[in-house]
Design a protein around this ligand. Structure first.
Ligand code: NAD
Length: 332
């Protein structure tokens, strides 16, 4: 039995993580789930949104499967997601944007990996109010974190037979901070002569992604740009709910879908669990259960490809439960 920390999250989190757990168990993977709640309810109960045992267990097991957690807007406690990523030093957020045969989408030939720096940038949490009624939100860019994320992107490219890394930035305006990020990426690139390297301004990248996404292979970028561009990419392949994601640090991986807690769908039983199921399959790869992971991916692709049992976001009328049952049946 392999121990994995499970955070159901809130909103649609409990419904979709339940689906992923059932699919993982039906695949034959032997997992012992260590469940920890996090979010607003926990905040009310213990005065902090993440119980300390989460961090202890995450470090001990090195593997987390996490549902989305709602973040209060404009005030309230600091994002649970940002806190976890910073406390556990999960410096690389990776999202896989891959067309799925049979799924209705804007583009059908997309296969992009977005590698996003996860610990600093505009998500540093440093904001101050100036006396003249303005707010300064501090964007932190360090050489250390920039080189670390660029190295991660190139190592990922090498290990996964990818041909090119594109560094996305806004160094024409943010000459110092984004300029530093770009220089660091270039420096790391010179150590990987077998992998092509180019850079692109973030505004152009948004345009290029929508008009010609097949030109992209691996994208490496800073925190906010990566967050926005990866959601844009969800729109290319047929939905936000189709993208798996993971956060990596030294000897630790936390797997979660790219989307949020979708409060508009919470409790309705119609959320699409594809992203979290594919994230769970990736988690199984990570812990060496590759045949179970492949079984799950094949089952998901079969159900989506057949198009008979689809949740409403994909144009169908199936519930999360019916979709989950279809995936379990397709495991064979
Ligand atoms: P969202 O991703 O929750 O929802 C955006 C849109 O996509 C909504 O229309 C929603 O219904 C739809 N959607 C999302 N997931 C879906 C799914 N699985 N099936 C079907 N439709 C789905 O983004 P938001 O509304 O901007 O954010 C809601 C909350 O989630 C916020 O509090 C935000 O901070 C939080 N959030 C958490 C995470 C995380 O935990 N990793 C990530 C992003 C946002």
């Amino acid at each position: 039995m392999r121990k994995v920390v499970l955070v159901p999250g809130d909103g649609i989190g409990p419904e979709i993580t339940d689906s992923a757990v059932r699919v993982v168990e039906a695949s034959g993977a032997k997992i012992q789930w260590e469940k920890v709640e996090a979010g607003a309810k926990v905040m009310q109960e213990i005065g902090r949104p993440i119980p300390p045992r989460f961090f202890e267990w995450a470090i001990e097991t090195g593997v987390v499967l996490k549902g989305p957690v709602t973040t209060p807007i404009g005030s309230g406690f600091k994002s649970v997601n940002v806190t976890i990523r910073q406390r556990l030093n999960l410096f690389a957020n990776v999202r896989l944007v891959k067309s799925i045969p049979g799924v209705k989408a804007l583009h059908s030939n997309v296969d992009i990996v977005i590698v996003r720096e996860n610990t600093e940038g505009l998500y540093s949490g440093v904001e101050r109010e100036s006396s003249y009624g303005a707010v300064e939100s501090v964007k932190i860019t360090s050489a250390e974190a920039s080189k670390r994320i660029a190295k991660f992107a190139f190592e990922y490219a090498l290990a996964n037979n990818r041909k090119e890394v594109v560094a996305v930035h806004k160094a024409n305006i943010l000459k110092k901070g984004d300029g530093l990020f770009l220089r660091c990426a270039g420096e790391i690139a010179s150590g990987y002569p077998g992998i092509k390297f180019r850079d692109m301004l973030v505004d152009n990248a948004a345009f290029q992604l929508v008009t010609n996404p097949s030109q992209f292979d691996v994208i490496v970028t800073q925190n906010l740009y990566g967050d926005i561009l990866s959601e844009l990419c969800g729109g290319l392949i047929g939905g936000l709910a189709l993208m798996p994601g993971a956060n990596f640090g030294e000897n630790i991986g936390m797997f979660e879908a790219a989307h949020g807690s979708a409060p508009d769908l919470a409790g309705k039983g119609i959320a699409n669990p594809t992203g979290i199921i594919l994230s769970a399959a990736w988690m199984l790869d990570y812990i060496g259960m590759k045949s179970e992971a492949n079984k799950i991916r094949n089952a998901i692709y079969k159900v989506l490809g057949e198009g008979k049992v689809l949740t409403p976001d994909m144009g169908g009328n199936a519930t999360t439960e019916q979709f989950t049952e279809a995936v379990i049946a397709a495991l064979g």
